[in-house]
Design a protein around this ligand. Structure first.
Ligand code: FAD
Ligand code: FES
Length: 277
């Protein structure tokens, strides 16, 4: 049982939770994630560890409400408990001194680039952050990211804040201006990661993406999270979740992500009906 120490609503659909998890806090490295279960019959969902505080024995998770489990999680309050949390899982990011590192976060991906920004900065890199959202009030961690990035850009689909357009447009402008980029790290919707990887490939810019296939056991046993990278089958939970964006078969990943769409929609409808009655 893991006590919720802090809960903050960051925007209409995104919540931050600081949760008691001393053993995970002790071991966690940027790029790793946990798998949690809210109750005995609940499904397991993976969430990135955004921050860990060894002194307080806690980890911070930031999640977007998309379906039944994330909705249930958003209903839990400070002082309540999450049944189980397994982690840290996945391979940590290889933090090195590359030179100039561009970190790109789409939607809730902004939370996932925060620990990366801190780590790449601490390793002596010049860090450029680009975050995007559909509209201004869905932007998260703007101030926190501004503090750790040397340069910081915002893009919104509707132009309500920052650049009117996509994060990939901002990256293209930097490339066109002749900024020498040594590494691009992108996390967000799969289509965004695909567009960014296609953009950087002809320039030979090393590009890492953090993939979010459906996961089940997250131990490399079930095969549910399999992705094709460089023609080989990899399991995102143990071989990733980060991979070379130039080698990922994004179309296959997107098709696999849609596998249970109808069932996910149905279960959310049933849950919302039960909630109202
Ligand atoms: C390594 C990893 C790290 C992640 N980190 C974060 C994070 O920090 N913050 C965040 O908001 N989201 C994160 N996600 C996505 C998050 O796990 C899903 O949003 C969540 O599982 C949705 O559950 P649901 O029941 O609310 O929605 P559902 O109705 O079940 O699904 C809605 C969407 O989530 C996807 N999804 C469903 N179940 C899973 C699953 N078990 N694993 C992965 N995707 C699933 C579905 O394909 C669908 O697109 C991460 C995913 C992975 C693989
Ligand atoms: S989630 Fe089962 S092998 Fe990765």
């Amino acid at each position: 049982m893991h006590k919720i120490l802090k809960k903050v609503q960051l925007c209409p659909i995104v919540y931050l939770m600081e949760v008691e998890a001393p053993l995970i806090a002790k071991k966690n490295k940027p790029g790793q994630f946990v798998v949690l279960r809210i109750h005995e019959k609940g499904e397991r969902i993976p969430l990135t560890i955004v921050n860990s505080d060894e002194k307080h024995g806690s980890i911070t998770l930031i999640f977007q409400v998309v379906g039944k489990t994330t909705k249930l999680l958003s209903k839990l309050n400070e002082g309540e408990y999450i049944l189980n949390i397994a982690g840290p899982l996945g391979k940590p990011t290889e933090i090195e001194h590359y030179g100039t590192v561009v970190l790109i976060g789409g939607g809730v991906g902004a939370a996932e680039i925060y620990p990366e920004a801190k780590a790449f900065k601490a390793a002596g890199n010049y860090v450029i952050g680009i975050v995007g959202a559909r509209t201004a009030n869905l932007l998260i961690l703007e101030n926190e990211l501004k503090q750790v990035c040397d340069e910081f850009y915002i893009a919104t689909d509707d132009g309500s804040k920052g650049y009117h357009g996509f994060v990939s447009d901002v990256l293209k402008q930097l490339i066109d201006k002749g900024v020498k980029i040594d590494l691009v790290y992108a996390v967000g919707p799969t289509i965004m990661m695909k567009v960014i990887s296609n953009l950087t490939k002809p320039y030979g810019i090393k590009t890492l993406v953090s993939l979010n296939p459906i996961m089940l056991d997250a131990t490399g046993m079930c095969g549910v999270c399999r992705v094709k990278v460089g023609g080989e089958i990899k399991f995102a939970c143990v071989d990733g979740p980060e991979f070379d964006g130039h080698l990922v078969d994004f179309d296959l990943l997107m098709a696999r992500q849609r596998t249970y769409l109808e069932e996910e929609k149905k279960i959310l409808e049933i849950y919302e009906k039960m909630e109202k009655s």
